[in-house]
Each structure stands twice: as structure tokens, then as C-alpha cells.
Design a protein around this ligand. Structure first.
Ligand SMILES: CC(C)(COP(=O)(O)OP(=O)(O)OC[C@H]1O[C@@H](n2cnc3c(N)ncnc32)[C@H](O)[C@@H]1OP(=O)(O)O)[C@@H](O)C(=O)NCCC(=O)NCCS
Length: 368
């Protein structure tokens, strides 16, 4: 292999083709629909349908899709029993990884044809929300709650998590984050999922791989890490002093920077505008001041912009959700994008198997 092909981290490499999403410096689109348009004029169910089936649903397709989500939402008793056995201190991402794998043994969809694969993706989307909600209930020494007919997917996750019907603002904001998180082209977890598909393995294995990859703080784990950073501060002044110290120590600041976007993340702009309104509504300006005390020097002094995980962490915090749940909520959304990529890879497959540059010892022999 020649050195000009050597790209650590695959930076700048076009590693495949996709019709699911396009990520450009100035735009993000899911199957041709701009993210701003989707954020303003659709909901998570529509976006999930768009990703899994390729088109926004007609009204009849929307009814069928939401009915399918509803049908798959109740967890089998075996899953609840397994959840009860997991120690309380286990991070929710690890719980979700194990439970999705376990749920695979109770997969209600039979067959592996194109229709079954898409149906399985809908089942996984539904099941992830129910697992996260049930885990939260059990952690709080409460029993899992049955889904309530008529709620949206976001509303359902909140209802099953908190045990009471959520207000409109909370539902809309969770829905917005689910839209924004649903898909992002060849990011690390999606690429990992596509590798699983390329070996002709199964969709559940692909999603477990996606979860395992998303967990890291350089990827989806950043929404939790960003909020863990913010909760240390009781004032904007304290945050301002901390960030200067972080600069001096050349420390990474979670929720900032992106491999592709170098001038800002469209999703962060969209969510931040809503977060500012939420903070006013909840009388939580203090948190926006702390948020800005980190963001302003990052942007002005370092020229590093926030990514979607930065406003998302604080959004979930102001919705009263525990930090441990933030990356699992990312999964509840991204499971749709992973599934779309898995299906795309499986339907036009070539085994993903790159090369490496050898840097080990020169040839030697066992008997010298
Ligand atoms: C996402 C991320 C891994 C992208 O990294 P990348 O494309 O490899 O970018 P680089 O590491 O090459 O960054 C270029 C420069 O910006 C700095 N930088 C990038 N993100 C930074 C951050 N969050 N905080 C501080 N400095 C950062 C790097 O240290 C590097 O500086 P240097 O040239 O002096 O060494 C990186 O920005 C990061 O670690 N961010 C924090 C985690 C996060 O929010 N992840 C969610 C991504 S959606």
C-alpha cells in the first residue's frame, strides 16, 4: 500500500456511497430533505419512516407506522425480568447494549426479506424507547409503566419514564432532539454498523455494535460528558475561569468540535434556539449563562464550534432527565439511521475490509 492512501481515522476518505443522508459544511439532509425543514415540519415518526422506508409517510402509512410502533412497545416479561437483574450502578448505555442483544432472542419479526428487515427496524426503534424508560423506572424503585395509547413516540418515552403525561414543550423538545439525532451519514457508529451488515450478519448485531460505538465520549457519549462538565459550575464566572484553565492545559471540551463540520453544526444551531426559549420558560437563565461562559471563549478564542451534543445535554437537563439517560436517548433516535444504513449496505453489499500500514518488528524467526 502506498503512503498517499494512508489516512489515520479515515479522515477525508470516501468509504462508500449512501442515499440515506448527506453531510456538507453548509447543509445536512436526510434523503434530500434539509434538516431545518424536517425540524420545523415533521416529527420523529415521519423521520423514522423516511429513513427506514425511504420516503415520508402518506397519512395512511403514518397510521400504519405508528400502529406498528405501538404494537411493538410493550416489553416481554422476560426482558423486564432481565432488567431487574442488572445492578443499579451499571451505566444505562451498557444496560441498553445488553438488553437490545437480549431482546434479539425475542424478536417478533420472522424472516430476513426486505420487508421483514424494515419491520425489524421499527421493532428495534420501539423497543429501545421501552427499555430505556423501564430501566429508569426500576432505578427509581418504581414499576415499569404500560404505554398510553395516543401519545407520540417522544411523548411515550417521557410517559413511560416519568409515569405522568408530559407537557407539550417537553414532548416537542424531545421529539426535536430525536429528529436531529436520527441520522448523520458515515459517522463512527453508523460505519461500524455497516461493517456488521457487510459481513452478512444480522440487524440486531448491527444495532448492538452501533450502541457500543456511540457510547464513547468522542461520539454520542459527548452529550452526557458536556452536561457533566456544566453541572460542576454554580455560576458563569466559575465556568469562565474553568475554560481558561482548560485552554492552558490543552484539555478537550466535550460537546465541541466535529470531524466534518469546521464552521458549526447545523443541528446545534437549531437546538440552541429552542434551548434558549426553554430556559426562559423554565426560569433557568443561570444555566444559559454557564452554557455561554463555556461556548463564547470556545468560539471566539479557539474557533471551535459546539456540536449538537452541547445544547442537547442542557436541553435534557432542563427537561428534568437524569444525565445517565442522555446517550441512551440518542440511541432511541439513531437506531433508525443505523437500520437504514444496515439495510442499504445489505441490499448492495461489498465486504468492508480496508488495508493497514505495518509498523511492527522487521521479519524475524522463532528459532534464531
Ligand atoms: C469530535 C472530535 C473527535 C473531532 O476531532 P478531529 O476531527 O479529530 O479534530 P482534531 O482532533 O483534529 O482537532 C483539531 C484541533 O482542534 C482541537 N479540538 C478539537 N475539538 C476540541 C475540543 N472539543 N476541545 C478542545 N480542543 C478541540 C484539537 O485538539 C486540535 O488541536 P491541535 O491542532 O492543536 O492539536 C473532536 O472535536 C472532539 O474530541 N470533540 C469533543 C467530543 C465531542 O464533542 N464529540 C461529539 C462529536 S459530534
Amino acid at each position: 500500500m502506498t503512503d498517499e492512501n494512508f489516512r489515520p481515522g479515515l479522515e477525508g476518505v470516501i468509504a462508500g456511497e449512501t442515499a440515506v443522508a448527506s453531510v456538507e459544511q453548509t447543509s445536512l439532509a436526510y434523503r434530500g430533505y434539509d434538516i431545518q425543514d424536517l425540524a420545523e415540519n415533521s416529527n420523529f415518526e415521519d423521520v423514522a419512516h423516511l429513513l427506514i422506508y425511504g420516503e415520508l409517510p402518506t397519512s395512511q402509512q403514518r397510521s400504519e407506522f405508528t400502529a406498528l410502533l405501538a404494537q411493538f412497545r410493550p416489553l416481554p416479561t422476560e426482558l423486564i425480568s432481565a432488567l431487574r437483574m442488572i445492578p443499579a450502578g451499571v451505566p444505562m448505555m451498557d444496560v441498553l447494549r445488553s438488553m437490545v442483544s437480549f431482546a434479539g432472542h425475542f424478536d417478533p419479526v420472522e424472516g430476513d426479506g426486505p420487508d421483514e428487515l424494515r419491520r425489524r427496524a421499527v421493532w428495534l426503534t420501539s423497543v429501545c424507547g421501552s427499555i430505556v424508560a423501564a430501566r429508569l423506572r426500576l432505578l427509581n424503585n418504581q414499576e415499569p409503566v404500560d404505554p398510553k395509547p395516543g401519545l407520540s413516540h417522544a411523548g411515550q418515552i417521557l410517559y413511560q419514564s416519568l409515569g405522568e403525561e408530559p407537557d407539550e414543550t417537553s414532548t416537542r423538545l424531545l421529539d426535536l432532539t430525536l429528529i436531529l439525532y436520527a441520522e448523520h451519514e458515515f459517522n463512527a457508529s453508523t460505519f461500524a454498523t455497516r461493517i456488521v451488515a457487510s459481513t452478512m450478519s444480522d440487524l440486531v448485531s448491527g444495532i448492538v455494535t452501533g450502541i457500543s460505538t456511540l457510547k464513547g465520549p468522542l461520539h454520542g457519549g459527548a452529550n452526557e460528558a458536556a452536561m457533566e462538565m456544566l453541572v460542576q459550575f454554580d455560576s458563569a464566572e466559575a465556568a469562565g475561569a474553568w475554560i481558561q484553565d482548560a485552554f492552558a492545559k490543552k484539555q478537550k471540551v466535550m460537546g465541541f468540535g466535529h470531524r466534518v463540520y469546521k464552521n458549526g453544526d447545523h443541528r446545534a444551531h437549531i437546538l440552541e434556539a429552542e434551548l434558549r426559549k426553554l430556559a426562559v420558560q423554565k426560569n433557568q437563565q443561570k444555566w444559559m449563562d454557564i452554557y455561554d461562559a463555556i461556548k463564547t471563549p470556545m468560539v471566539e478564542q479557539k474557533k471551535i464550534m459546539p456540536n449538537v451534543d452541547y445544547p442537547c445535554g442542557l436541553t435534557y437537563y432542563l427537561l428534568g432527565l437524569p444525565i445517565d439517560m442522555y446517550t441512551p436517548l440518542f440511541v432511541c433516535s439513531r437506531v433508525t439511521g443505523w437500520s437504514a444504513h444496515f439495510i442499504e449496505q445489505a441490499e448492495n453489499n461489498r465486504l468492508i475490509r480496508p488495508l493497514s500500514r505495518y509498523s511492527g518488528p522487521a521479519p524475524r524467526t522463532v528459532k534464531s
